[in-house]
Design a binder for this molecule. Structure first.
Ligand SMILES: *Cc1c(COP(=O)(O)O)cnc(C)c1O
Length: 399
């Protein structure tokens, strides 16, 4: 039996079966390359689901992690630690936000955002508790965030859900207007839907939501867990829309592979979370925050953002060419922005993912029939071209 298969067999005996992992075991990574337990090498075009921004085993992140590991790992938020303050300073210097709450995942960041919205209104004597989200949205797997998630398959069997959450069709401002009332606490939206299938907002949609939220008096929450941190060409995706939210959430790429989440907001709104209202034991952990600060520095000062913008264009062009060559029998369209790209397929993506893996390229799916690519932002032009060549071979087969 191969090492890959042997390890998978052990996993099936001791792990909850809520995942359906690919039949390889990854043991090592370097840059944009991953190695399995039998020594095979793969080009990583999925980046740990849009998370391994700087690739694997990045020398600077390793140095920062080792340095912090020799100083302080964890003391809880009952004491001040400097790495989380340094990270909050970096983030607030680069966006609308003035205050940061740290946690460990995207779901926790959104949970904090939704709780803050309810609490903020209650503090001001308003009975606003309803949340407007979107069909196809993904916000996480806690009960509140899965209720906000716009895919019924993810809630089924977990009812009763959190009351007061409504879903509007993606891009439909009139539907949002109809759902708004004096009970609405917040609108939560991904500036680009990730898991839902790499769906861009129609022009003016996010600006329209901002206007509706202001008219109504509810908060606007941008879930940038997947699209933030340089993934779509700017540090935060909403910069490209010229629209500023009241609350923004981050996770995935923030730590470059170390678990960390963040909820960012204004000083005024942050006042809803006074001592005792919300907390996380691990939130703002020094190891995670030290690494995340190094990620921000590499993106902004290290030139990775600019590099990623150019590489994203190259990837997009290549995917459009493949879509045109494969034709509508196989590929419906190329989608996405920056380094979050994909192909809407005519059929299920499973066989394509498998064929790519067998040829040494790792890709994932999104929203049913979409093949999703979210490579490390440090990927080089030749690596993109190698990946595109494999995709072309698989999708334009025989050509
Ligand atoms: C992945 C994701 C989440 C959930 O993050 P977890 O770290 O898995 O809890 C929330 N929102 C969006 C947009 C995501 O892509």
């Amino acid at each position: 039996m191969s090492r890959n298969a042997e390890i998978a067999r052990r996993g099936a005996e001791v792990l909850v079966g809520n995942y359906a992992p690919q039949p390889i075991t990854l043991v090592r990574g370097e840059g944009c390359w991953l190695y399995d337990a039998d020594g095979a090498r793969y080009l990583d075009l999925m980046g740990g689901i849009a998370t391994a921004t700087l690739g694997h085993a990045h020398p600077k992140l390793r140095a920062v992690l080792a340095d912090q590991a020799s100083k302080l790992w964890h003391v809880s938020n009952l004491y001040t630690t400097e790495p989380q303050i340094a990270l909050a300073e970096r983030l607030t210097a680069r966006c609308f936000a003035e205050a940061v709450y740290f946690c460990n995942s995207g779901a926790e960041a959104n949970e904090a955002a939704l709780k803050l919205a309810r609490r903020h209104h209650r503090d001001h004597g308003r009975d606003r508790f309803e949340i407007i989200a979107f069909e196809g949205a993904f916000h996480g797997r806690t009960l509140f965030t899965v209720t906000a998630t716009g895919t019924p398959a993810y809630w089924k069997g977990f009812e009763p859900l959190v009351p007061g959450v409504h879903h509007a069709p993606w891009g439909d401002l009139d539907a949002v207007r109809r759902l708004l009332s004096d009970r609405t606490a917040a609108i939560i939206v991904e500036p680009i839907q990730g898991e839902g299938g790499l769906r861009l907002p129609p022009p003016g949609f996010l600006a329209g939501l901002r206007r509706l939220a202001d008219e109504n008096g509810c908060l606007l929450i941008f879930d940038e867990v997947q699209v933030g941190m340089g993934r779509t060409g700017t540090l935060f995706a909403h910069e490209q829309e010229g629209v500023v939210p009241d609350v923004m959430t981050l996770a995935k790429a923030l730590g470059g592979g170390i678990p960390i989440g963040a909820m960012l907001t204004t000083r005024a709104l942050s006042k809803a979370l006074v001592p005792g209202t919300h907390a996380s034991t691990f939130g703002g952990n020094p190891l995670a925050c030290a690494v995340a600060s190094a990620v921000v520095d590499e993106l902004v000062e290290g030139g990775v953002l600019d590099h990623a913008k150019a590489m994203g264009e190259r990837l997009g062009q290549g995917l459009r060419a493949i879509a045109a060559e494969a034709g509508p029998d196989r590929v419906l369209e190329a989608r996405g922005r920056g380094m979050l790209r994909g192909l809407a397929l005519a059929g299920p993506p499973g066989p394509v993912i498998e064929a790519c893996r067998e040829r040494g390229v790792l890709v994932i799916s999104a929203g049913g029939n979409v093949l999703r690519l979210a490579p490390p932002l440090v990927i080089e032009a030749e690596e993109i071209d190698q990946g595109l060549a494999v995709l072309r071979e698989v999708l334009c087969g025989g050509a």
